[in-house]
Design a protein. Structure first.
Length: 464
C-alpha cells in the first residue's frame, strides 16, 4: 500500500469508529478528521522509547510526593505557604473534599504529560490527569497497527491499560464503569463512546453518560438498574456549579459506594506543582521523597517554572533562578519592559479555570506585541489569589519534516513541523503502564503546539 492509500485508509476508517459527532470546520469536505492525516506514525528512537518507559514510574513518584507535600503543608510539617498557593481561588467545599481522609492516598489513574523533544532533551511543559484524546489515540493506534507499524504500546495498549487501571481500582475482574462527561467536555463525547465500546468488548461493562443521567439509590450510583463500581470523572472541579448531581457524585465517593477517579483533589491538577518542584526551600523535601533516581531525572526534564506571586519582595530579595541578561529579577513587573528577544517566556493559568486547558490562556512572550505581553503580565499578577498563573521558560521543539495527505491537491505533501508528544500512562497499584503515545505535529512557524486543524495527529511508533 503506497503512502496515499494509507492516508485514505485512515480517512475511510475514522467514520466507522464514530470518533466525531459534531460539526467539522475549516477542513476539506472529503476529510473525516479535524487534523491532517499522515501515512505513518511519528517515529521515536529506541533510546527515547526507553526514556518514556522510565518516565512513567518517575511521574507516579512525583504525584505521590505532591500529594504528601500538600498534606504535610496543611498539617504544618512543611511550609504552610505550599497549601496556600494550591488552595488559592478554590471554594471551601472543593478544598475540604481534597483533604478528606477517605481520599488521602488516592492518585489519578491516568497520567499524561505534554512533552517537547528539544535539542537539550525532553521538556515536560505540563501534566494532565484528566486528558482528552484517550479514545482518539486508542483508535489511531489500532489503525496504524493494522498498517503494520510498530505502534508504541501496541494495537490495544490504550484500551488494555485503561481497563487494567479500572480493574485495579475496583478490585474486580469485570467492574461496571460510568464515564461521566460534562457539557464543557462535550467535544470529547464521541471518543469516550468509542472507548466505551472498546472496553465492553474486553469485559469491562461501560456506559458513557451526561451527569444528569446518573441515578442515585441507597446502595450507590446506578445505570440501567445496575450498580456502578467506578466513576471516571471526565469533568473539571472548577466546573462543579454547572454539573448536575455533582454533589451527589462526590457524596457517593465520600461514602465509598463508588470509586471516583481521578479523585477530587484540585491541588493535584495545578501547573504550579512544577514551580514548587524547583523552589529552593523545598529541595530537601524533593530529594528525600523522590530519591536518587527520580529526583535527577525530573530535574533534567521539568523546565524552570515560577509562580507569579503579586506580593512585593523586600529590597534585598530576588526571584530565584530568574534573571534578564544576567541581572536578577526583583519585581515581576520588570518583565513588562523587557525586549522581545529577552522574553522567551510563557505565562499560563495554573489550574482551576476554564482557561487552564486546551492551550487557552497561554501567552508566549516573544510571539506577542509589547502591549499584549504587558497585559499578560498584569493579568497574571492581578489574578494571583483567584487564578494563580505560572511563568515558564519557553522551549522550542526540534524541527522535523513529516508527510500528510492534502485533500485539495489529492496527493501526499511534506511540511516542516515541530512535535508535541503525549504519552498516556495508566496506574495499576504500584505500577505504571505506557498504554500509548500521541504526537501533535504542528507547522514549524507555530509557537503554541496543540491539536489544531493544520497539525498532524498520529500515534508514535518505535523506529526499528
Amino acid at each position: 500500500m503506497d503512502t496515499k492509500a494509507k492516508c485514505l485508509f485512515i480517512n475511510d476508517e475514522i467514520p466507522k469508529a464514530r470518533l466525531f459527532s459534531g460539526e467539522k470546520r475549516d477542513v476539506h469536505p472529503d476529510c473525516h478528521t479535524s487534523w491532517r492525516i499522515s501515512p505513518e506514525p511519528f517515529w521515536v528512537s529506541a533510546e527515547d522509547v526507553q526514556w518514556f518507559e522510565e518516565l512513567g514510574g518517575h511521574l507516579l513518584n512525583f504525584y505521590r510526593a505532591c500529594n504528601l507535600l500538600y498534606s504535610q503543608s496543611v498539617r504544618g510539617i512543611q511550609p504552610t505557604w505550599v497549601s496556600e498557593y494550591l488552595d488559592f481561588g478554590k471554594p471551601e467545599p472543593v478544598i475540604q473534599y481534597g483533604r478528606m481522609n477517605r481520599f488521602k492516598t488516592q492518585l489519578p489513574g491516568v497520567l499524561r504529560p505534554d512533552i517537547l523533544p528539544t535539542a537539550e532533551g525532553m521538556a515536560i511543559t505540563e501534566l494532565d490527569s484528566i486528558p482528552g484524546f484517550i479514545g482518539v489515540t486508542g483508535c489511531l493506534s489500532r489503525l496504524y497497527a493494522q498498517l503494520g507499524y510498530p505502534v508504541i504500546g501496541g494495537s490495544d495498549g490504550m484500551v488494555q491499560g485503561y481497563a487494567d487501571m479500572i480493574r485495579a481500582l475496583s478490585k474486580k475482574e469485570a467492574p461496571r464503569l460510568a464515564i461521566v462527561v460534562s457539557d464543557e467536555s462535550a467535544d470529547y463525547w464521541a471518543e469516550m463512546k468509542w472507548l466505551e465500546t472498546a472496553l465492553c468488548e474486553i469485559g469491562v461493562p461501560t456506559r458513557t453518560l451526561k451527569p444528569n443521567e446518573i441515578i442515585f439509590t441507597e446502595d450507590g450510583i446506578c445505570v440501567d438498574g445496575e450498580r456502578i463500581d467506578v466513576l471516571y470523572r471526565f469533568y473539571e472541579l472548577f466546573d462543579l456549579p454547572n454539573i448536575p448531581k455533582a454533589e451527589l457524585m462526590l457524596y457517593s465517593a465520600k461514602k465509598r459506594t463508588v470509586v471516583m477517579t481521578p479523585p477530587p483533589k484540585a491541588y493535584l491538577e495545578e501547573k504550579l506543582c512544577l514551580a514548587l518542584f524547583h523552589h529552593p526551600a523545598l529541595q530537601p523535601f524533593w530529594r528525600r521523597r523522590l530519591g536518587k533516581r527520580t529526583y535527577p531525572f525530573l530535574q533534567k526534564a521539568i523546565p524552570q517554572t515560577w509562580i507569579l506571586d503579586a506580593r512585593p519582595l523586600p529590597p534585598h530579595a530576588v526571584i530565584p533562578g530568574l534573571d534578564i541578561d544576567g541581572l536578577p529579577v526583583t519585581d515581576w513587573r520588570q518583565l513588562s519592559s523587557i525586549t522581545q528577544k529577552q522574553r522567551e517566556l510563557v505565562i499560563k493559568p495554573s489550574g482551576f479555570s476554564e482557561l487552564a486547558w486546551g492551550s487557552r490562556g497561554v501567552a508566549i512572550g516573544h510571539d506577542l506585541p509589547t502591549e499584549e505581553w504587558e497585559a499578560a503580565v498584569d493579568n497574571g499578577l492581578a489574578n494571583f489569589e483567584r487564578t494563580p498563573h505560572v511563568l515558564q521558560k519557553f522551549h522550542t521543539a526540534q524541527r522535523v519534516r513529516m508527510q500528510y495527505y492534502d485533500f485539495e491537491a489529492g496527493d501526499v505533501q511534506e511540511m516542516a513541523c515541530r512535535p508535541l508528544l503525549r504519552p498516556y500512562y495508566f496506574v495499576t497499584g504500584n505500577t505504571v503502564r505506557l498504554g500509548g503515545m500521541q504526537a501533535a505535529v504542528c507547522p514549524a512557524d507555530k509557537k503554541i503546539l496543540h491539536g489544531m486543524v493544520d497539525s498532524i495527529i498520529v500515534p508514535c511508533g518505535q523506529r526499528q
